[in-house]
Design a protein around this ligand. Structure first.
Ligand code: ATP
Ligand code: MG
Length: 392
C-alpha cells in the first residue's frame, strides 16, 4: 500500500448545482493540460479528481496544480479497500512514515451504509494505532493528522494536503478584455480574474514614438508569468498615437487624461464585442491617481453601458505590490518605460472632471474616424505556454 494518488477537492464548485458536471469536465480538462508534461492518468468523479502518481515525486505536480483555478485543496492519498482491516494497516503505515509522536484521526463517512459510524471508525483505527506503535493521541496539537474518506468503492487516507487557488475552472465564466499597461496593477488584476476562472485577452494602447516598442517585450514577459495560470493569452496592440496627438491638440491639459481614458474605453469595448468577450477589465484602484477618483470613473465610464470590471478597486498599493512580487510580474513591471499615460502627463489633472466639459472638449476632434482607424490596425500577438507563437 502506498500514498500514490493525488486527490483534488473542488471546493466552491459544489455549490453549482446543475452546472456541476460542466465545471468538473472543464476542471478535468485544465488539470490534464497543466499536467501534460508529466503524462499521468487522471479521472474525475462527483467529488474529486484523482491523479495517479505512480513513481513520480508528488512535489512538482502539486506545485503545478496549485496554479490551476477551481482547485480548493490537493491531498496525497493512499487508496485502500473500504474495509476496516485495510484501513487500519494503511493508517498505521502512514503514521509510521510520518515518524511523529502524537496523532489524530478524522473520518468522513461518505457511504452511510458502512456498519460503524464515523466516531466508531475513528475509535477502531485509533485503537489499532495505539496497540501497534508508540504513538499517543493528541486531539489539539497532533504531530500527524490522518484524514480518512470512506466511500463505497474505496477508502482514501491522507496525512498531507495543500491549499489550491480556489475560484472556478478557467473558461467556465467566459472571457474578458483586460486593459494591460506596463504597470504593476494590471497584471495583478488579470491574475485575479484568471484565478476566478475568467479567461483574459489583453489590449494595450501604444503611442510610438512617444512610447518605446520595448514595452511590448515587457508585456510579453508579463504574459509569460501569467501563462502559469492561463496557458494561452492573446495580446492586442492598439496604435494610439494619432488619438493621443489629437487629444493634446484639442483638449485643455487638465482634461487630457479624462478624454484619453474615454477613448481607451470606447476602443476596449469595441474590441471586447468583436471578440465576444463579456466585459472589459482594468487594474484601477479607487483613489490611486486622478483618473481613479469616483468622479473620474463616472465620467470615463459614461461612454458605455458595457460591463467594466475593476478587480483591484478596493486594494491598496502595498497589497497589490505584494501580489505582483508573488506572481513574478513586479520586477518586470518596474523596468523603466514610458506609458502613454505618463508621457503627456498633465501637471494638474482634473480629479473631479465634469461630464459636460469632457464631452465638449472631445467634440472638438473627429474621434470616431480615429477610433475606426485604430480598430483596423490592431496587431495581435499570442503567448502560449511561456513563449510567443504564431497566430491561431
Ligand atoms: P497600472 O499599474 O496597471 O498601469 P496605474 O496605477 O498606473 O495602473 P493608470 O496608468 O491610471 O494606473 O491606469 C489604470 C488602468 O488603465 C490600468 O491598470 C490599465 O488597466 C489601464 N491602462 C492604462 N494605460 C494603459 C495602456 N497603455 N494600455 C492598456 N491599458 C492601460
Ligand atoms: Mg499605468
Amino acid at each position: 500500500m502506498k500514498a500514490d494518488t493525488l486527490m483534488i477537492h473542488y471546493g466552491e464548485l459544489s455549490t453549482k448545482g446543475d452546472n456541476r458536471k460542466a465545471f468538473i469536465t472543464c476542471l478535468l480538462h485544465n488539470v490534464r493540460v497543466a499536467l501534460k508534461k508529466f503524462g499521468l492518468p487522471c479521472h474525475a468523479d462527483r467529488d474529486h479528481i484523482y491523479v495517479q502518481l505512480g513513481e513520480e515525486d508528488p512535489r512538482p505536480i502539486i506545485a503545478r496544480l496549485k496554479e490551476v483555478s477551481g482547485i480548493q485543496r490537493i491531498s496525497v492519498v493512499m487508496k485502500t479497500a473500504p474495509q476496516l482491516e485495510e484501513m487500519r494497516e494503511g493508517v498505521l503505515q502512514l503514521l509510521k512514515e510520518e515518524n511523529k509522536e502524537t496523532f489524530k484521526i478524522d473520518v468522513k463517512r461518505v457511504d452511510k451504509r458502512f456498519p460503524l459510524d464515523s466516531y466508531g471508525i475513528t475509535c477502531d483505527l485509533a485503537d489499532y494505532v495505539l496497540d501497534h506503535s508508540d504513538y499517543a493521541v493528541d486531539l489539539h496539537q497532533p504531530g500527524a493528522k490522518v484524514k480518512v474518506t470512506l466511500r463505497s468503492d474505496a477508502a482514501y487516507l491522507s496525512c498531507h494536503e495543500e491549499l489550491g487557488l480556489g475560484g472556478y475552472p478557467l473558461g467556465m465564466i467566459g472571457k474578458v478584455t483586460m486593459m494591460l499597461s506596463g504597470g504593476i496593477d494590471s497584471p495583478v488584476a488579470a491574475y485575479a480574474l484568471i484565478r476566478r476562472g475568467i479567461k483574459v485577452e489583453c489590449l494595450h494602447f501604444a503611442s510610438p514614438p512617444y512610447t518605446s516598442y520595448a514595452v511590448v517585450d515587457k508585456l510579453k514577459d508579463i504574459l509569460v508569468c501569467l501563462n502559469d495560470y492561463q496557458p494561452d493569452i492573446k495580446l492586442q496592440i492598439v496604435p494610439f498615437t494619432k488619438i493621443q496627438e489629437a487629444i493634446y491638440e484639442s483638449v485643455p491639459e487638465p482634461y487630457c487624461i479624462t478624454v484619453m481614458r474615454r477613448m481607451m474605453i470606447r476602443i476596449a469595448v469595441a474590441m471586447a464585442k468583436k471578440n465576444k468577450a463579456l466585459a472589459v477589465a482594468t487594474g484601477e484602484s479607487i483613489g490611486q491617481v486622478a483618473s481613479q477618483t469616483l468622479e473620474s470613473i463616472g465620467v470615463i465610464e459614461e461612454v458605455t453601458n458595457f460591463p467594466i470590471l475593476r478587480p483591484l478597486c478596493v486594494e491598496d498599493k502595498l497589497s497589490i505590490i505584494e501580489q505582483a512580487k508573488r506572481l513574478g510580474t513586479y520586477e518586470i513591471s518596474i523596468r523603466p518605460y514610458e506609458d502613454c499615460c505618463t508621457i503627456f502627463k498633465p501637471k494638474r489633472p482634473k480629479t473631479k472632471p465634469k461630464l459636460e466639459d469632457a464631452k465638449f472638449y472631445e467634440s472638438k476632434f473627429d474621434y470616431e474616424t480615429l477610433i475606426q482607424e485604430c480598430l483596423q490596425n490592431i496587431e495581435t500577438i499570442y503567448i502560449s505556454e511561456g513563449k510567443e507563437v504564431e497566430g491561431k
